[in-house]
Design a protein around this ligand. Structure first.
Ligand code: SF4
Length: 101
């Protein structure tokens, strides 16, 4: 018996489910900095922005291509960092993330 069968009484969804990452507008990223002292090599940034970040031989994240992923994905990668080691700046050099106090 297949428990996963669609219930025929369930109305179809009118809109597709939203993706896990809400499509919030993020500021255009001009510069990405990884604080090597803070980076613990958890690699969640790589999972979310694999074309932007990579781990070096010391297991620290480095920026391999600052335009490797969308600004949204790079922002999500910064947010995912457990130690807030990723700093994002706009094109004028103003810090975007972590949000300045
Ligand atoms: S998520 Fe943060 S701690 Fe993990 S590798 Fe990337 S920068 Fe380093």
């Amino acid at each position: 018996m297949d428990d996963q069968q669609t219930n025929p009484t369930t109305p179809p969804l009118e809109t597709p489910p939203t993706s896990e990452q809400p499509k919030k507008a993020v500021q255009k990223i001009g510069k990405i900095v990884v604080d090597r002292e803070l980076c613990i090599g958890a690699a969640s940034c790589l999972a979310l922005a694999a074309n932007t970040f990579e781990l070096d031989e010391e297991n620290k994240a480095i920026v391999k291509n600052p335009k490797g992923d969308s600004d949204e994905d790079i922002h999500a990668a910064a947010v995912s960092c457990p130690t807030n080691a990723i700093f994002l700046y706009d094109e004028k050099g103003n810090q975007i993330y972590p949000a300045p106090q």
